[in-house]
Design a protein around this ligand. Sequence first.
Ligand code: GLN
Length: 494
Amino acid sequence: MTEFGCMDARQIAQGLRAHDFTAREVAEGALSRVEEVDARVNAFLEVTPELALAAADKVDAALAAGSDEDLGPLAGVPVAFKDNMNLVGTHTTCASRMLENYVSPYTATCVQKMLDAGTIPLGKLNMDEFAFGSSTETSAFGVTKNPWDLERVPGGSSGGSAAAVASGMAVIALGSDTGGSIRQPGCFTGTVAVKPTYGVVSRYGIVAFGSSLDQVGPFSHTVRDAALALNALSGRDPRDCTSQECTVDFTANLDEGAAGMKIGIVPEFMHAQGLEPEMAAAVEEAAAKLEAAGASLVEVELPNAQAAMSAYYVLGPCEAFSNLSRFDGVRYGYQDPGHKDLNSQDDASRAKGFGPEARRRIMLGSYLLSAGVYDTYYYPAQQVRTLITADYKRAFEKVDAILAPVSPRTAFKIGEVSDPTTMYLSDIFTISINIAGNGGMNMPLGFGRDSGLPVGCQLIAPPFKDENMLRVAAELERIYGSAPVAPEFAEGRE
Ligand code: GLN
């Protein structure tokens, strides 16, 4: 069987145009692969065969009518969406009991843009509940397994998106990243995983977590596929006032190489406590290889980045508390039956609808925003935010991109990290980028010398210069090869 999920967009485009296969065959192949593989991985919360086949038939009709020049480079590519993204007629649960029965009445802009590009939507993907977490273990519908080792987590919160790509079910999957939720699962599963600059992609139709931090981005096997997805996704949307006009072709400089680029190295990150030796070694090796390829390495300082974690766990919960207040069992969400007054109905609906991590964030945000406490935490956290943003601005006066770790360690075992603080530290290298609003991505670098599990590095771009990090990523891809499908799921690969 042709394993379409193991192909990239270029191979699918060529195959369709050469009539080696039809888009319907791609859709059917991808759907049967999901059925076969997902029993072991649990990446999907809902599969959408009707939508997939209808989208495929549209592509085939365009090909048959000879209008294939109207088809973009993503036509016929199997995709899937994190379950916090609305797609009309599908469940959008955010992996929460609270929204278990919620059916989207409309489609998110990012989802619509992927559909408009002619992709084949396979379904909706598992995640940490409301995107709170780094392992997909807070999902109310079971943990997603890491395709590289089924006893390990795929990272989170976009763990379903990462696992769907790493196991060759979807060619591209969308995730969202508030503090690291695209990049860290990208690192754990060895996938290219991009959080663009805040404002590149509209969040309209995404269930909001931290509105000043949330951004949407793609997972893929190749840098080019990620860039193609960004071409499709980016741009101003009148329904998200933070989205910006974008005329960049994200594929434009992928072949230019890193020669002549200035790449920043942050000593505080490289010597951070808790960074495991194999991860540090992988990032250092990537730096050396980029230098050998003609880039120059420049030390840059981010003196306030060590405060990012503290600022994030003030700002994030405050915004989450506010955003999640709409799930009251009246307007949205689970309604606990049999109550005589609204207060007790509200209390019971929220207590039963939300899992422990969501409740923790809501209570934290509620406390932090209360009178008196606000001045002590929220206000200083915003000041820290300004300082971190200024740090990056200063650093990017000297360099075109920054190279850093993504995650302090490789994928951990399911159940291994049980206390919230240790889990929160998963994002120690990613959070400051959301705080400042820059673009950041995971680029896979093969496998750890000790664990044998996927390792990766983070590439960070100046605001609205995401093409810089993609250019470095493309150079690393030439050196390390494109991200493979996990071997257990790669049999039959053509
Ligand atoms: N792990 C972080 C958190 O739990 C980030 C989550 C995210 O980016 N959505 O808040």
